[in-house]
Design a protein around this ligand. Structure first.
Ligand code: DAK
Length: 258
């Protein structure tokens, strides 16, 4: 499919999706959200890892597109918010690993995309935050709920209530990003992580992702039961047999996702 607002590239098992509206600092309008939905769905079916980033050297995504939001009615705002919720939930639900390469501003809806990814790596010039309250609104794509789960209530409320930006170093200190890289090294680092994950057992990675995501919101004992069941089920797979045989034969495993 030809996209107007994003670019999609593939290297082996890794798909990179770049939000490509650099003149608007890659702000998300509804057309971009729809294209992202389509591209993420396709990547989920054909790849082991997905890297999400922004075009240019200034921004990952500077939020929802304010010029599109300004004339919205409560009803169209609700529809817009739903699109963002479907996209962020899809990033959590798909079996492949998702990595946000935050190469500059990740604000509002941009940070909401990042915190829905499995891992976040930031360039040293990155600035993240939720400026929604400066516009008289709240985050609308799940940001309040995902941020609090990552950094805890005190820090989440400070970020959301003040609308202040947090720089890359502070973001690392509070556990909002996995690592900070010099800006020229960000994409290479993300690719390296993605390539490593792509060599691991794909069923195991997909199931581990699901266990972490689903287990978070249910009691520990129920989550641990799910873990035990998943662990047992994977013993029925060819990949499990291959992984253990490869270890005993002192060679790299060749996983087939079966
Ligand atoms: N939307 C539209 N255009 C944007 C934009 C945005 N979010 N961010 C930047 N731009 C545009 C600017 O208007 C400017 O366009 P021109 O004037 O050149 O035409 C161009 O990008 C370059 O921006 P600046 O000239 O401002 O660049 P600076 O380096 O001076 O400043 C900045 C960079 C990131 C600090 C600044 O651009 C900025 O503050 N941007 C806005 C950040 C922001 O407030 N983002 C929106 C967050 S709110 C909901 C659904 C969703 C959401 C909430 C509720 N429901 C429906 C309930 C989500 C909301 C958000 O994401």
């Amino acid at each position: 499919m030809a996209y107007q607002n994003i670019q999609v590239s593939r290297e082996g098992q890794i798909v990179t999706i770049t939000v490509n509206r650099p003149k608007a600092l890659n702000a998300l309008n509804s057309a971009t959200l729809r294209e992202l939905l389509q591209a993420v769905r396709e990547a989920a079916e054909s790849s082991r890892a997905l890297i999400l980033t922004g075009a240019g050297d200034k921004a990952f995504v500077a939020g929802a597109d304010i010029s599109e939001m300004a004339p919205m009615t409560p009803w169209t705002a609700r529809e817009f918010s739903e699109l963002g919720h479907v996209l962020t939930a899809m990033l959590e639900d798909i079996p492949c690993a998702t990595i946000a390469a935050v190469n500059g501003y990740a604000l509002g809806g941009g940070l909401e995309l990042a915190v829905a990814c499995d891992m976040i790596y930031a360039s040293d010039n990155a600035k993240v935050g939720f400026p929604e309250v400066t516009l008289g609104i709240t985050p609308g794509f799940g940001g309040t709920q995902r941020l609090v789960r990552l950094v805890g209530k005190l820090r989440a409320k400070e970020i959301i209530f003040t609308g202040d930006m947090v720089d890359a170093k502070q973001a690392l200190e509070i556990g909002l990003v996995n690592a900070v890289l010099p800006r020229g090294e960000l994409m290479a680092h993300c690719r390296k992580v993605a390539e490593k994950i792509a060599t691991r057992g794909p069923l195991a990675v997909a199931r581990a992702k699901r266990l972490v995501e689903r287990g978070y919101d249910i009691p520990l004992r129920a989550a641990n039961r799910q873990e035990a069941e998943t662990f047992a089920l994977l013993f029925d797979t060819q990949d499990r047999a291959e992984g253990m045989r490869a270890f005993l034969e002192k060679r790299p495993a060749k996983f087939r996702g079966k």
